[in-house]
Design a protein around this ligand. Structure first.
Ligand SMILES: [Zn+2]
Length: 323
């Protein structure tokens, strides 16, 4: 049984001792391992079996009827709240727009010329994820990754409870952690990191009866200390807000494109273009925002972010804003 310095006990769903040794080693060098060892790769590659050095793309025709072989490049999209009506708050996406985007991704997956495979993720655990998003995914035979702010589960109005999370898990969606309180991890003390990372993982494992190995960073903020703590806490993959396509098998950090409510469908489609120019432009903007964030400091930057993104009072975009 692994020793956890905070006193949180490992659940029976936690990874093997062998895996744990690897994480300890990575923590010693204070950086996340670039590539997981071969026997870890099955869990890390998200649907692509790795046998030795040979990558074997899975055929997933049984999921949607017409899907072809998955290409070895992926682009992860990041969503937050879906709403029946339009909103000026950029982290809210109208349900009809979400539906059109999911249709676009389904068509891409069915196309023989698909070079970058779209993947859907959600952060925070908003109730609309199960009420409005899950039915639209189910009707198209698609699944998503839901990253949950665990301390809000069953306690915060507007966010999913354990019954909803169990239902998503049983429907084949993947569940990961998104901290305990949504505090920016770069602002956490060592003791707070234990709560945000270890307590949230063990609670999800106990409540859902499954192993939790992925998390996404609140506000997309990380540094070497945070990434080492994520590895120490048992996460094999950390999902960020850095807009970049990924190759499979995935590395230990996974970039995502944060989808805003005012992004046109045609613009989203261009992110998947073979020349990668739209995605490169977005990545340059991301780097500029990162610089602004560093220069202004998180407090001032987040104030500006709330204004620019028209954050609504009472919503939980607080702590986001690094996309
Ligand atoms: Zn969040």
């Amino acid at each position: 049984m692994r020793r956890v310095s905070s006193g949180w006990r490992e659940s029976r769903y936690s990874r093997s001792r062998e895996w744990s040794k690897g994480q300890e080693r990575s923590a010693q060098v204070l950086e996340f391992p670039r590539r997981l060892k071969p026997h870890w790769k099955y869990a890390a590659c998200g649907g692509t079996k790795v046998l030795g050095k040979r990558r074997m793309p899975l055929r997933v025709g049984s999921m949607t009827g017409e899907q072809t072989q998955q290409p070895l490049r992926r682009l992860y999209l990041l969503y937050h709240e879906i709403r029946s009506s339009e909103s000026r708050y950029s982290y809210v996406l109208e349900a009809g727009s979400f539906e059109r985007q999911v249709d676009l991704f389904a068509r891409m997956r069915e196309s023989k010329s698909c070079r970058v495979w779209p993947e859907i993720t959600f952060d925070d655990g908003h109730i609309s994820n199960i009420d409005l998003a899950a039915p639209r995914l189910r009707s198209r035979g698609m699944t998503a990754r839901f990253f949950i702010t665990v301390g809000w589960t069953g306690t915060k109005l507007g966010y999913m409870g354990w019954a909803e999370l169990r239902s998503l898990h049983e429907a084949g969606h993947s569940i990961g952690a998104h901290g305990w309180t949504h505090k920016l991890l770069t602002h956490c003390s060592d003791a707070e990191l234990q709560t945000e990372l270890t307590k949230s993982r063990l609670t999800l494992e106990d409540k859902l009866g499954t192993s939790i190995t992925t998390m996404s960073l609140p506000g997309g903020r990380a540094n070497r200390r945070v990434l080492a703590a994520c590895a120490e806490a048992g996460y094999t993959q950390v999902y960020t807000s850095e807009p970049r396509a990924e190759s499979v098998p995935l590395g230990t950090t996974v970039g995502r494109v944060n989808i805003h409510g005012d992004m046109p469908l045609e613009w989203i489609a261009k992110l998947f273009a073979p020349d990668g120019s739209a995605l490169s432009r977005l990545h340059r903007q991301y780097r500029m925002k990162e610089t602004a964030q560093r220069l202004l400091g998180d407090r001032l930057y987040m104030g500006l972010w709330a204004m620019v993104n028209r954050r609504e009072p009472g919503t939980d975009g607080k702590g986001e804003g690094a996309e």
